[in-house]
Design a binder for this molecule. Structure first.
Ligand code: NAD
Length: 251
């Protein structure tokens, strides 16, 4: 059985509570590459994974300097929301979206109009920095100004500690409250829609399992197959820009 877009659109309309999980694939149309797709940052350069590893970041000053240079050039600063982000903002406006869990750190869901109350940025945000010693947070833009002015690895102004983007690196725990909210949103929905994620990064990749365990329908929109496809009620292996606006009734 392969339900078509019209049938799944009907499920969305009829659902009591809808939870969406997005991954890097929803931002590729905005010019931000994913990690594991054919054009992914790690597919093209497996060494780049080290930059996102906490232990390497904390122990290697050279790698931190590289990280700051890359942050200066990050495509998120100029990116605009794409059709997928806009479709989800429209779904919320129709009161058909109750929680949006994103693995993305680029801030594009907010920019598209998704409200902060329903959004869980489970892997943090690149728009802030955090001190790894005292925990103080500040705007990323302030730190980038210091890098542009010549500091190649700016330290915390309060305690001199190492600053990092407020994102979850490999080897770093998720924020417990965020994981708790995301788990409850997965358990409490009757339709779970996973979009643009390879569904291999744990613990986030447990969330569809939680939703299935609670009896929810699982719908997947991802260009490539995922480990959950065989358990999904519907899986669309097609561009998000085609499927999502149609699912939401925008096209
Ligand atoms: P991933 O790179 O593992 O998987 C992305 C998936 O999206 C791939 O399977 C790819 O086939 C699919 N995809 C890409 N463009 C698509 C499109 N236009 N239409 C349909 N499918 C498309 O991403 P992930 O599962 O989110 O895990 C990667 C981790 O990297 C996340 O934890 C995230 O924090 C981080 N990340 C974030 C960003 C961002 O903020 N935009 C970008 C890269 C990586």
């Amino acid at each position: 059985m392969h339900p078509d877009i019209a049938e799944v659109a009907g499920w969305l309309d009829a659902a009591r509570r809808v939870t969406v999980l997005t991954g890097a694939g929803i931002s590729t149309d905005s010019g931000i590459p994913d990690f594991r797709g054919p054009q992914g940052v790690w597919t093209k350069d497996p060494k780049a994974e080290r930059l996102a590893t906490l232990q390497a970041y904390m122990s290697d000053a050279g790698l931190r300097r590289d990280a700051w240079r890359l942050r200066l050039e990050h495509p998120a600063w100029t990116a605009e929301p794409g059709p997928g982000h806009r479709a989800l903002a429209a779904l919320e406006a129709k009161e058909r979206l109750h929680h949006l869990i994103t693995q993305n750190i680029d801030g594009l869901h907010q920019k598209a109009g998704t409200s902060p109350e329903i959004l869980i940025e489970i892997h943090g945000t690149i728009r802030e920095v955090v001190c790894m010693s005292c925990g103080e947070r500040a705007a990323m833009e302030k730190a980038l100004e210091r890098v542009r002015a010549g500091e190649d690895d700016p330290a915390c102004r309060s305690c001199g500690g190492i600053l990092k983007s407020a994102t979850i690196s490999f080897g770093q725990n998720l924020v417990p409250e965020d994981l708790e909210r995301a788990s409850r949103a997965s358990e409490g929905c009757d339709l779970f829609l996973a979009i643009g994620s390879s569904l291999v990064v744990y613990p986030v990749a447990y969330l569809p399992k939680i939703a299935l365990g609670a009896g929810a329908r699982l719908v997947i929109v991802n260009a490539e197959p995922t480990p959950y496809d065989s358990q999904a009620d519907a899986a669309f292996h097609a561009p998000i820009a085609e499927v999502l606006p149609a699912l939401v009734g925008l096209s």
